[in-house]
Design a protein around this ligand. Structure first.
Ligand code: PNS
Length: 161
């Protein structure tokens, strides 16, 4: 059987940085399960359904990518899906402490699941879902930073369709 990675996150919304991580990871894994966490603590802009729809549209032509959602513990979901690894993207040093903490907690909770970090491409290093939402909220053009269907959704969300 091929190698499977679960790529968890809020994806509120998916950015080109996320897409870059998925593309890179397909050189290492046979299947990537993009898993939207439904129990995130943040106040989301998009509903789970909207986030799933945007992700499905974004990756519809990429073989080996599945889009799903999960609630509860990530390690339990990863074990359920028989994943070999949890995949996370790293942009800058500022991501590191939080990511390290999560990876170590996940290892403590289940010693058999490894976390794999991939560096995003340099051109996406400044992009995060939060900064995209901030720009879009005040009318900023997000094209080229998120998939086209997502920038359209952002314009609709903020009444600038
Ligand atoms: O995109 P995000 O918001 O940085 O993703 C964070 C996420 C969803 C990966 C993280 O909050 C998570 O794994 N949530 C599920 C609950 C869980 O397993 N927590 C214990 C690990 S610290």
């Amino acid at each position: 059987m091929g190698k499977i990675a679960v790529y968890p996150g809020s994806f509120d919304p998916v950015t080109n940085g996320h897409c870059d991580v998925v593309q890179r990871s397909l050189n290492l894994f046979d299947k990537i399960i993009i898993a939207v966490a439904t129990n995130g603590t943040k106040d989301p802009l998009f509903t789970i359904e909207e986030r799933l729809e945007m992700l499905k549209e974004t990756f519809k032509e990429i073989p080996g990518v599945e889009v799903d959602s999960f609630d509860g513990l990530l390690v339990e979901y990863a074990a359920e899906r028989r994943a070999d690894a949890i995949l996370r993207g790293l942009r800058a040093v500022s991501d590191f402490e939080h990511e390290f903490q999560m990876a170590l907690m996940n290892r403590k909770l289940n010693r058999t699941v490894e976390t794999v970090f991939l560096m995003t491409g340099l051109r996406w290093i400044f992009i995060s879902s939060s900064i995209i939402k901030e720009a879009a909220r005040f009318g900023g053009d997000t094209r080229g930073m998120v998939p086209d269907n997502v920038s359209q959704k952002l314009r609709e969300k903020f009444g600038k369709a």
